[in-house]
Ligand binder design. Structure first.
Ligand code: MOS
Length: 710
């Protein structure tokens, strides 16, 4: 019998470990003979390092090695004849400098303090070249990336908005934002012999980290053991293996001792990616009764000179609203900066900020309620791919959110609702993110006492993955959650995809579901029953009766062919109520409501937490976050938590998540679509639109700081 545990607000199974310090993060493992590595960043922004004087550093107390481009042991994957060439920056492999902050040396010592001191003694000489870090100045040198995905897109007629009876055309700027997870990026590595390495690292994908380290050092993947049991936030910054992780492994091989490399907060601004500064132009044209006739969306964003980073910033404009004509253009501008990376809601967060702000502007141009405008342009099919949605309940999201935020108290005329000295405004911003599912495997072991352990090489960057997996297993097996344990974060477990793109529950959850079904079938067969029986199983009893000490089943799971016939997305509608003080420009976000169509919700408690976390990211995007480069030096001027403002508790209002909670019939057996990304996508425009509704001031360059409102 199915027990219907799905959805129950189960507490995080590792919550106690996390709040009592029992959860170990990658920097917290102790090893005998552990050594400490510290990176030395370059002080120039483009050119070559011509010499590195390491004499003082090398003879400083406790120093074991100083690695520079002039003495670094070769990393096989960095060489031109590599079997699997490593992409991106090849640290210490040559003397080229591409951006300020790029490491030019790594010091290993027996204590962190000694390594830090010795690093300060490293002196480099450079041949500096002119550099470009100013995006605005270099805007016109944007290039369209290779590859079909980023080609100019046209449906119907390009720029059709220009001839519409009602139109708007605006530019929106979203600055660089850093992921800034609370946990620093840390890698600890030790070798056994010359062909086995064990790595503890902050990673969103232990299997992809294993492949990356194996490729870099030309090893069999099975000779590389990656552990990432707990991750203190990542938001996309640990989707890939970074050059400093390879450097830590390289250093450990050289000194033949475990090496721990911890990035500083400042280094996290240059070495582990960020959401790139992006300027978007949107043109929207509509009939007088608010039917879209054309959408044009152009995006320019930064990338690095040494590696191209792309994301789907313009994609949302191709499918979110009904329009006979739509066209998008996407360009990247290479600069002397570190390479960007996906950051929560990659592409879509940026794109939805522009599109959803523009929709709001159009609603005022039409003198039409912004929700009504969205209803008039609702689509029941993906027009880009010409496919039906697997499921879509965005209309229901509009309704539920409007009721909950008190939309009926909103005035169409900005600046007219007041509460004492404060102006009051309401805004909506929507989001969508592809519902992905990859191949994943899970192994289940039923023990003699009737408890089960399930394993899969997924990770948990914070959403509560193991808790969700236990809920799915409890539901499928008809067992109480306390009987089930789930292991993850270790590359020796059955393979699973990287935790990213909101796909873990769909991918790994399906494998867990399927392996539980397979175990039940095996047990029915052992009892001489048809494998699709539905009666309750006495798990311990069957093992005893069959004289089995335990029973193990492994199962892989992936999408069926039917998935190709549908367009699959999670959808969200975010609602904001803000108070703005007209004299000081202070914005108080009073309320945020996220209404979510993400299919079936596996655990209402952890899912709501994840929605709230994403909304906090959206508040940062709207109100506080901006990484600023001083173009005279090519260096971030606010590379720390004092000057780069992340929202703090005092900035966070009541946030509420409302789930449609209807299973998607296509994507996977559990019916989930994913929530990690849509928790953020649409939040910033909801806030910006509410600020406009309150004040009549449209801020088109984030963040919305008080100076922009007075
Ligand atoms: Mo997410 S940006 O796929 O970690």
């Amino acid at each position: 019998m199915k027990k219907d545990t799905i959805g129950e607000p189960l507490n995080r199974v590792d919550g106690r470990l996390k709040v009592t310090g029992g959860a170990k993060y990658s920097g917290e493992y102790k090893f005998p003979n552990l050594t400490y590595a510290v990176l030395v960043p370059t002080t120039i922004t483009n050119g070559t390092v011509t010499a590195v004087d390491i004499r003082a550093a090398k003879y400083a107390p406790g120093v074991l090695a100083v690695i520079t481009p002039f003495n670094a042991p070769k990393v096989p994957g960095y060489q031109p004849d590599a079997k699997k060439p490593v992409k991106g920056l090849k640290l210490f492999n040559d003397n080229q400098i591409h951006f300020n902050g790029q490491p030019i040396a790594l010091v290993v010592a027996d204590t962190f303090e000694r390594a830090t001191y010795a690093a300060s003694l490293v002196k480099a000489t450079y041949q500096a070249q002119p550099f470009e870090t100013n995006f605005h100045k270099n805007f016109d040198s944007g290039v369209t990336p290779d590859g079909g995905k980023y080609k100019d897109y046209v449906r119907g007629e390009a720029d059709a908005y220009k001839n519409a009876p009602v139109k708007i055309e605006q530019e929106y700027i979203q600055p660089s934002e850093m992921h800034n997870p609370m946990e620093l990026h840390v890698t600890t590595a030790y070798w056994e012999g010359d062909d086995h390495v064990t790595v503890y690292t902050k990673s969103q994908g232990v299997m992809s980290s294993q492949r990356a380290v194996a490729a870099a050092f030309d090893l069999e993947p099975t000779n590389v053991q990656i552990n990432s049991r707990f991750v203190g936030g990542a938001f996309g910054s640990s989707l890939r293996t970074w050059p400093h992780e390879i450097a830590a492994v390289q250093a450990a091989r050289l000194v033949k001792r475990p090496v721990k490399l911890t990035l500083t907060r400042e280094q996290m601004f240059t070495l582990v990616g960020y959401r790139p500064l992006t300027i978007q132009k949107i043109g929207l044209g509509a009939t007088a009764d608010g039917k879209l006739v054309g959408i044009t969306h152009e995006s320019h964003s930064q990338t690095a000179v040494y590696e191209e980073f792309t994301e789907g910033a313009v994609n949302v404009s191709r499918f979110l609203y009904q329009s006979p004509n739509a066209n998008t253009r996407y360009k990247v501008v290479p600069l002397n900066i570190g390479v960007p990376a996906p950051m929560r809601g990659p592409g879509e967060s940026t794109g939805a900020y522009a599109l959803e702000s523009a929709m709001d502007e159009l609603s005022y141009a039409l003198n039409l309620d912004p929700i009504e405008l969205r209803l008039r342009n609702y689509t029941d099919a993906d027009q880009e791919r010409n496919l039906p949605w697997s499921s879509k309940y965005l209309k229901e999201c509009y309704q539920l959110g409007a009721d909950r935020i008190g939309w009926s108290n909103r005035a169409q005329k900005p600046g007219t609702v007041k509460d004492g000295d404060w102006l009051v405004g309401y805004g909506i911003g929507c989001g969508a993110f592809g519902a992905y599912r990859g191949h994943a495997e899970a192994k289940i072991k039923l023990m003699a006492d009737g408890s089960v352990n399930i394993q899969s090489a997924t990770t948990d960057i914070g959403p509560g993955t193991n808790t969700a997996m236990i809920v799915i297993a409890a539901d499928t097996l008809g067992l109480p959650a306390e009987k089930i344990t789930f292991d993850l974060g270790n590359s020796s477990l059955p393979p699973a995809p990287t935790q990213g793109g909101s796909s873990t529950v769909s991918s790994v959850g399906s494998a867990v579901h399927d392996v539980c079904v397979a175990l039940k079938q095996k047990l029915y067969i052992l009892q001489g029953k048809p494998q699709d029986s539905t009666d309750d199983i006495d798990y311990a009893g069957v093992l005893k009766q069959q004289n089995l000490p335990y029973l193990e089943v492994t199962k892989g799971s992936q999408s069926g062919d039917n998935a190709k016939n549908y367009s699959m997305y999670s959808f969200s509608a975010h609602f904001a109520k803000v108070y703005v003080h007209p004299l000081t420009g202070v914005v108080k976000i009073k309320n945020l409501i996220a209404v979510v169509d993400a299919g079936k919700i596996v655990n209402h408690k952890t899912a709501a937490s994840q929605m709230k976390g994403g909304a906090v990211g959206g508040i940062g995007m709207a109100m506080t976050e901006e990484a600023i480069i001083d173009d005279r030096f090519g260096r971030y001027v606010n590379g720390n938590f004092a000057d780069y403002h992340v929202p703090v508790n005092a900035d966070i209002p009541q946030i509420e998540a409302i789930f449609i909670d209807k299973a998607d019939p296509i994507i996977n057996p559990v019916g989930t679509k994913g929530i990690g990304e849509i928790s953020l996508i649409g939040v910033a425009p909801a806030i910006a639109n509410a600020v406009y509704n309150a004040t009549g001031i449209r801020v088109r360059d984030l963040p919305i700081t008080p100076d922009k409102l007075i």
